[in-house]
Ligand binder design. Structure first.
Ligand SMILES: [Zn+2]
Length: 627
């Protein structure tokens, strides 16, 4: 069925053009009255075809930009603090950036409605960030600069989705292959296949690994990049998104679906990844051009937004509680034939930063869950206990006159630790020593403040009340070599630095300097990959070879070494079990990945015993048939 033709016929003369923007249908009209009052007619058609339709004014009837801009400024109250107005003439859209977007929208959308009817432009509202994020700005620039390309690209996606689209249930087979991440943490990547779709779930690298073990297997017969329809990214950690720019380098031109913060952070971490490669004198896998391609082909979805991505797959993202923008993907395959939930990484427990992972779905047959902390030994202590433990280690070290190094994943735990430290310092639970932030963390903080809607109620409320915890004056940013030198040579302090597993980045530089002094301490708060320096230190190595000032040296590890598992952004064993106990509806099958072998197997048998569901623990390269 030609869906655009059908709509055009139904609306007859009122439509000048109809096109797709991904799965959305956009129609343009030159009839001003119909644009203002045609809502009812559009609703009728939406009910009939069950697809979203947006009505916009044809370019020819739009007032010029200057006129529209002055009209907008007259309509919107000054308190909204508009920071930018950008016109996308190809799509008849005006993007309004404001510090208080709620005031641009108005009660029940009254103001946005007035803008639309007065200017005929279709307004979209965006929050301006309270910390300037260079990356969010450049991502937006790339998108604006490629407006025309995006329009064609999104239309092509729609044509593909609707070409084989049918309103009926499709009785066909479904298979899933682990290209990476089977019985291991790192290089997460699944290939989902139906007769109509080939979709990648995540596209990660194993940062702690070397050689070809770093990457998912793309040289298998069932993976053909030219046949790939879509990529879905659960969140922006490198073990889930690290190889995505490389796909574009290899010629992939299709869409990648993720949340807006995941897109921005993925771009930032990929750029950083290139930098780290140069520093280690190895050739980067991809260039910034490939990252730009990734951004150009991104289609961002918010939580709970349902969208078709191929003729027989419809997806919805839900909060996974793991890091900013992290999502659990619900895939409705074959129009109700099979419902697959891919959790990515999840936290079924409340943290300061985020709400717990969503456990209720419209329908579920199969769940793919992570098992990072999946073994029976991974029952996590309570958060209060863990926070007290962290503060205790810090106090003891500071009292001795030492320095505390906390290696952090730039995304997620770093912000969580900052919230803990800020609260402790304000309430007098910590002595007033400087807290230094080095590496990627600051830029990622900025992205957090750009997307407060993805944060927990409490943090969101403080950002809205201009009490942004990430800009608190207790944190000092380290942004040059000289500043880092000062921290190293200075007195007692707390240092939060990337990378989280001591594989490259600022944390390694501090480690070299702090390690030999028994007065200092290192506190691990995130997962340490097998093979990483962090894991070795955690396991108690006494010395390690490192490059210091260009020369290889033996570094003695005399500092105190602590690990706090209870602050992890992953569900612990108890949380994973609770997740499946509380999940509604009950799945029929659980597939376990993203965990060390023994943890995956242990979790599988526990889930089987308590839920009486089929469990699978596929090795990388194994294929399972879901239908
Ligand atoms: Zn993760």
């Amino acid at each position: 069925m030609d869906i655009l033709k059908t709509i055009k016929e139904k609306l007859r003369t009122n439509v000048t053009d109809a096109s797709f923007e991904g799965a959305n249908i956009v129609i343009y009209t030159k009839n001003e009255l119909f644009f203002k009052e045609g809502e009812g007619k559009i609703k009728e058609i939406v009910n009939e075809i069950k697809k979203r339709i947006e009505l916009r004014a044809d370019q020819k009837i739009l007032p010029d930009k200057e006129t529209a801009e002055s009209q907008i400024r007259k309509i919107v109250p000054e308190e909204a603090e508009i920071t930018n107005i950008i016109f996308d003439a190809h799509r008849s859209i005006v993007l309004i950036e404001a510090k208080k977007p709620g005031l641009v929208i108005g009660k029940q959308g009254s103001i946005i409605d007035e803008i639309r009817k007065t200017t005929l432009w279709t307004p979209q509202i965006q929050r301006s960030a309270s910390i300037k994020s260079k990356i969010t700005e450049s991502v937006r620039e790339v998108l604006y600069a490629n407006n025309n390309y995006r329009r064609k690209f999104l239309n092509q996606i729609g044509e593909k989705i609707y070409k084989g689209w049918s309103p009926d249930k499709v009785e066909e087979w479904i298979r899933i292959t682990a290209l990476g991440g089977g019985r291991q943490v790192g290089r997460s990547c699944f290939l989902l296949q139906t007769p109509n779709s080939k979709i990648l779930l995540d596209c990660g690298i194993d940062v702690a690994s070397h050689g070809k073990d770093k990457f998912p297997y793309f040289n298998v017969p069932e993976f053909d990049i030219s046949q790939l329809d879509a990529v879905i990214i659960s969140h922006a950690h490198l073990d889930h998104v690290g190889l995505l720019p490389y796909l574009y380098k290899m010629g992939y031109k299709g869409p990648v679906y993720m949340t807006p913060p995941t897109r921005d952070i993925a771009a930032l971490l990929s750029l950083d990844f290139i930098g780290v490669a140069y520093k280690q004198a190895s050739k980067p896998l991809f260039s910034s051009t490939d990252i730009k391609e990734m951004v150009k082909h991104s289609i961002c979805l918010n939580y709970n937004e349902v969208t078709d991505i191929t003729p027989d797959v419809r997806i919805t993202f839900y909060n996974s509680g793991h890091c900013l923008g992290s999502s659990i993907t619900h895939l409705n395959i074959g129009n109700g034939l099979h419902n697959l939930v891919y959790t990515g990484d999840h936290k079924y427990g409340k943290s300061r930063l985020l709400d717990p992972a969503v456990a209720n779905y419209p329908r579920v047959e199969t769940v793919i869950t992570e098992a990072t902390y999946g073994s029976k030994y991974d029952v996590l202590p309570s958060r209060t206990e863990s926070e007290e433990e962290l503060l205790g280690h810090i106090r003891t070290t500071i009292d001795k006159g030492g320095k505390v190094l906390i290696p952090e994943l730039g995304l997620g735990r770093a912000q969580e630790t900052m919230l803990i430290l800020e609260d402790a310092m304000v309430s007098g639970k910590l002595p007033k020593v400087p807290i230094y932030i080095d590496g990627m963390i600051w830029d990622i903080n900025a992205i957090h403040t750009a997307y407060p809607d993805f944060l927990s109620n409490k943090v969101r409320a403080s950002i809205f009340q201009d009490k942004n915890p990430f800009v608190s004056e207790i944190f000092s940013r380290v942004s040059s070599h000289q500043e880092r030198r000062k921290v190293i040579e200075g007195g007692p302090c707390i240092v939060l630095a990337t990378s989280g597993m001591l594989v490259g980045g600022a944390s390694v530089e501090y480690f070299k300097e702090f390690a030999s002094n028994p007065e200092n301490a290192i506190v691990f708060v995130c997962y340490q990959g097998v093979g990483s320096l962090g894991r070795q230190v955690q396991d108690g190595i006494e010395t390690t070879k490192m490059i210091v000032d260009g020369k290889e040296e033996i570094v003695k590890v005399n500092m105190e070494v602590h690990t706090i598992n209870g602050l992890t952004a992953h569900s612990g064993r108890n949380e994973i079990m609770a997740y499946f106990n509380n999940m509604r509806p009950k799945p029929k099958r659980v597939i376990i990945n993203h965990g060390e072998v023994s943890k995956c197997l242990d979790l599988a048998s526990a889930i089987y015993k308590s839920n009486r569901v089929e469990t699978n623990v596929p090795r990388t390269l194994e294929t399972l048939r879901l239908r």
